[in-house]
Design a binder for this molecule. Structure first.
Ligand code: 1GP
Length: 237
């Protein structure tokens, strides 16, 4: 199951705390994107996550949960992505929350479905930055060094360059990808249309599109075409 992530070039990240009509969700799930990731930095609950998962489950594409709140972990996802914020200055977001969660619930964790993402948070104005207090004053070399911490020292399968809410510095993202030996380089932040998607896809292995789904759906859908213009569309169940 975890192997399928390597094929993913495009992911839509949906926030259970935000409204999405059935028509919009249908367009997102039929867009040709490789996967849906459900998660958010605030307002995520068990109920709104179950609701969104059950709506996405009508479609064939994989659906993963990115865990930010233990109370909102819902059974039935294909995989569970666990972020570890490598540049967090509040160490609870590096291993503290994880340690506490495993101490309490370790006996029921389906380890075969757990994938750890080494996050590097670089937009200081984002919600995730307000939560985790990351060191965002990093040059490309500094980011690349964090990538090597994740990749070479921790052997993490995914490094996620997170600029949530703003389009990042693609030279930094490219340096990050070049620094990765075995990790897959995810990029997310400010991909709002075809052009930004093309730039991000050149720099990263996998691009993640979030906010644009809620602000400008047609442009958000066009980001898929930037990644794989001749992909055939998936069919609904
Ligand atoms: C957020 O990286 C994702 O976690 C996507 O960012 O919402 O800016 O597209 P945007």
């Amino acid at each position: 199951m975890k192997e399928m992530i390597k094929e993913w070039k495009h992911i839509f990240k949906l926030d259970p705390d935000r409204e999405l009509t059935d028509e919009a969700l249908d367009a997102v799930c039929m867009s040709g994107s490789d996967a849906i990731m459900i998660g958010g930095s605030s307002g995520v609950t068990y109920d709104n996550t179950v609701d969104l998962l059950s709506r996405v489950r009508r479609y064939e594409l994989p659906c993963v949960q990115e865990i930010s709140d233990l109370e909102a972990v819902v059974p039935g996802f294909d995989l569970y992505m666990v972020p570890m914020v490598l540049n967090a200055q509040d160490t609870r977001w590096i291993t503290g929350q994880h340690q506490a969660a495993i101490e309490q619930f370790g006996y029921m964790i389906p380890w075969e479905l757990i994938v750890c993402e080494g996050y590097i948070v670089l937009n200081p104005d984002s919600t995730v930055a307000r939560l985790t207090s990351p060191n965002t004053e990093l040059e490309a070399e500094g980011v690349a060094a964090y990538v090597q911490v994740a990749d070479r020292l921790m052997n993490l399968p995914i490094v996620y360059i997170e600029y949530s809410g703003t389009f990042g510095d693609m030279e930094t993202v490219e340096a990050a990808r070049h620094a990765a030996y075995q990790s897959q380089l995810f990029y997310g932040g400010g991909i709002v249309d075809y052009d930004t998607a093309v730039k991000a896809a050149k720099a990263a292995d996998t691009i993640v599109v979030g906010n644009a789904v809620y602000y400008d759906l047609p442009s958000a859908l066009a980001t898929v075409q930037a990644v794989k213009p001749v992909e055939t569309k998936p069919t609904s169940k």
